[in-house]
Design a protein. Sequence first.
Length: 493
Amino acid sequence: MSGGTYLGMPAFPAAARDAVQDTRLRGNLRHATHTIRAKRARAVAEVDDWAELREAGRRIKDHTLRHLDRYLLQAEEAVTAAGGQVHWAADAEEANRIVTRLVRETGEREVVKVKSMATQETGLNEALEAAGIRAYETDLAELIVQLGRDRPSHILVPAIHRNRGEIREVFRTEMGAWGRPAPDGLTDTPADLAEAARLHLREKFLRAKVGISGANFLVAETGTMVVVESEGNGRMCLTLPETLISVVGIEKLVPTWRDLEVFLQTLPRSSTAERMNPYTSMWTGTTDGDGPSAFHLVLLDNGRTDTLADEVGRQALRCIRCSACLNVCPVYERAGGHAYGSVYPGPIGAILGPQLRGTGSALDASLPYASSLCGACYEVCPVAIDIPEVLVHLRERVVEGGPAVREGNRVVLRPARGHAAERAAMRAAGWAFARPGALRAGQRLASRSRRLHPRTLPGPGRAWSDTRDLPAVPAEPFRDWWERTRGGKDEAK
């Protein structure tokens, strides 16, 4: 994996074409997303001021991003004053290098982790393995993915593509190679699977001297880290080890405790459809005799300041990783998360990945097109990210190129390959729409030759018309009809 992208992944259309033919995958996804979607809708409906909370979340995030430089320095001072150490990582390679060094300095050769998408983004597990350090995932879904030598396919439920029978088989055949084996006679009932995972992980919790975490939020005024989760594995990882290392994206900041209150209402309802998370863990630096004796915070950029420089695309940095957009997306439901080739799948991944990494690869250039633009993702987003707007913005960047910021430098991007016809069509349309006379002549010509029009498009356009009917051209242009009927008044007589 490199920079949050799985190496060797094809562009989205090719990967999705294979995924939609997997009937078991589609069945698993359909059942899971529809179940989560329905529960979320009921949980949100209980809150009378949901719209106000959503707007408050949007404003807090936008304010923080506008003043990110100030709040980052404030957070660093607060963490340091509380006994922690702050490290700055410009990219994934630097973050992995810092964490690997910190683990080596402890003399340990294994770590336990509470789910962190930032470390998945950087490929930390692979970097630690190359250094002779074994990382154990402790979130149940992440454990399933790790034992199965698989890849996450959902932000909240990384093993959403697996059913209970598949999980039982993974536990039965793989647990023994990673520690305590699965119990004899393991069934596929949720209680038995959870108990097998609990027994397997308990010995790791009690033995590990180093824990690695992410964070849902970082409160700038106090330097407090916040992790919300449902299983209790986070509480074990955050309190039992002697050394705790947290890798956190710089966009996870909130200015004050008062701001945090908004997100502790919206995040659980949007993600797990709960009124509040079963476990909300908060820690500030270190405290003698309580919890880890050493705390390190690694603040990760990895393309985030480049994204911040984009006035349209920066709203993606509001994301609180609730996954609500995935659960309502018709494209994700049918293609699954692996087709996106990234740790950030679904609608948010389609706008976040190409901004963090750029649109230079075939995969990243294809992701802004992995959407029907139905707008359902925007409607459920608890921080009001207008994902369709950003998708269209990124499509323009892919087709036309233009100015952007990469690695802190202003550059002019070249158009991606394979979009020459689209670019020519858009320019021709722009020329015609700017010239009313030419537009009128073209409309009349199209109406008079309507019987000669093909039912399918030739060349590259065949990919579109193979699954759609071309709209019929009317017998006369709208403007001619308006002039002839005075806007329908003559026809009404």
